[in-house]
Design a protein around this ligand. Structure first.
Ligand code: ZN
Length: 436
């Protein structure tokens, strides 16, 4: 099996690289322009990254970002996620015995561990060996950690940063590992069904009308009770989240049985209306990770934020709901950007694990319909601030191998210039998150 080539981790080299990065950042970054001085003086004062906010628009390829740009910002407009000053691309191929195209598990494992692996793997290598994850390493380096998602909190993307399993389906085991091993301080999203044993409905009823397949199914005991015992404040509604103080700095919020939306065929019960939106969860996560008074955070944090609707609605070739989930993702990116504006020691990264749907953006042309069934074109969608409109076409209900955009802001962000393998995320983030 091929070894993954990685840069040597000689500390001297790394620090020199960081210092060089800092100089460039000070000179070119408009957000830091006020303090830009002679490069030598600036190098001393340039903040090193202490915090990382890593945002995954699951399945969000370049054309999805373009469709959202037209729809939300207009022909001459710019998405918030595209205002980040550094832009690059990431390739996403897994090391899978059969597959060419990655799934979310192998892709997130590449980010979290720096190793390519097989589809379905949660931070284990191709031979099934557990790999150190950034979430665990950040904790070991004294940082606080958190995850926010509109998927199940134990879904593949967040799971890869905070657990190790041979199979992404073992979500109750992933939840158990969160509490016993990785101990993320903030856990906000869906997936209550995996935290409670069969027969214990919890805050969300089993077999609800909108999806009778949803019901508690954990096999690791009552993990909500266990979390409370371990000092987590537990919440299950927007109101409770708003009031939560998380005095011990630990917050668990589960806001749905499974995903925080319903992915169904178009017009047949597809709903994107999370009971708490991604921006609100992100704000609360940042407040909690920052802490106050005695529990003020001095060592920094790692926060993973994910919008899952971008992937799941693209699987259903549902452009309307894909765009709606991107609107919410944009609001979460805005929250992160305003945090970075007041905390210049924070690196913000916005990317995707893979493209979903083979989405393309086209003129409206009734003679050009190429899809059938669920792949039928969607639209027209209005171009913002314009009397024009566009059509979204699809080539597949699955993932594609198209390289995904990555944009970044803050210290070390310029390292994301150019085109890299997705494991490169680990190269950059580990330099920050494993530094004591
Ligand atoms: Zn994905």
């Amino acid at each position: 099996m091929d070894r993954v080539t990685r840069k040597p981790r000689h500390l001297g080299t790394t620090l020199a690289a960081v210092a060089a990065t800092a100089v460039v950042t000070m000179v070119v970054s408009p957000t830091l322009g006020a303090s830009a001085q002679a490069p030598q003086a600036a190098a001393k004062k340039a903040p090193q990254a202490k915090n990382v906010i890593f945002i995954n628009g699951d399945g969000m390829g370049p054309a999805a970002r373009e469709a959202a740009r037209l729809y939300l910002a207009g022909l001459d407009g710019e998405l918030t996620m595209d205002k980040l000053p550094v832009a690059g691309q990431l390739t996403t191929s897994p090391h899978d015995p059969k597959a060419v195209i990655t799934d979310s598990a192998a892709a997130a494992s590449a980010w979290a561990t720096g190793e390519k692996t097989y589809n379905g793997a949660i931070s284990v290598d191709v031979d099934g060996n557990k790999l150190a994850t950034l979430g665990q390493q950040a904790k070991a380096a004294g940082k606080r950690t958190g995850l926010v998602t509109t998927a199940q909190v134990t879904d593949a993307s967040p799971a890869a940063f905070f657990s190790n399993t041979a199979d992404r389906g073992q979500q109750d085991e992933i939840a158990r590992q969160y509490l016993d091993i990785a101990k993320p301080d903030v856990i906000l999203g869906g997936g209550e069904d995996w935290w409670l044993p069969k027969g214990t409905a919890g805050a969300f009823p089993d077999k609800p009308a909108e999806d009778p397949s949803e019901a508690s199914k954990g096999t690791k005991g009552n993990l909500v009770a266990k979390a409370k015992k371990k000092g987590y404040e537990y919440v299950s509604s927007a109101k409770q989240l708003g009031k939560a103080k998380a005095k011990d700095g630990k917050l668990l919020g589960l806001f749905a049985n499974e995903e925080m939306f319903q992915q169904k065929p178009e017009g047949q019960g597809d709903v994107y209306k999370p009971v708490v939106d991604l921006a609100t969860m992100t704000t609360k996560a940042l407040d909690t990770l920052d802490g106050k008074g005695k529990s003020k955070n001095k060592n920094g944090f790692f926060l993973m934020v994910e919008e899952e609707g971008t992937d799941e609605f693209a699987h259903a070739n549902n452009a309307e709901k894909t765009l709606e989930s991107m609107r919410q993702l944009e609001r979460a990116v805005a929250v992160a950007r305003s945090y970075v504006a007041t905390h210049p020691d924070t690196l913000l990264v916005v990317t995707a694990d893979h493209e979903t749907g083979g989405l393309s953006v086209e003129e409206n042309d009734p003679a050009d319909e190429t899809g059938s069934g669920q792949s039928t074109e969607d639209g027209p969608f209005p171009v913002r601030n314009s009397d024009k409109s566009f059509t979204i076409d699809w080539t597949t209900g699955q993932h594609t191998s198209v390289a995904v955009p990555v944009t970044a802001e803050g210290p070390s962000s310029d390292r994301f210039n150019g085109k890299h393998a997705n494991t490169y995320v680990h190269t950059v983030l580990s330099d920050i998150l494993t530094r004591r």
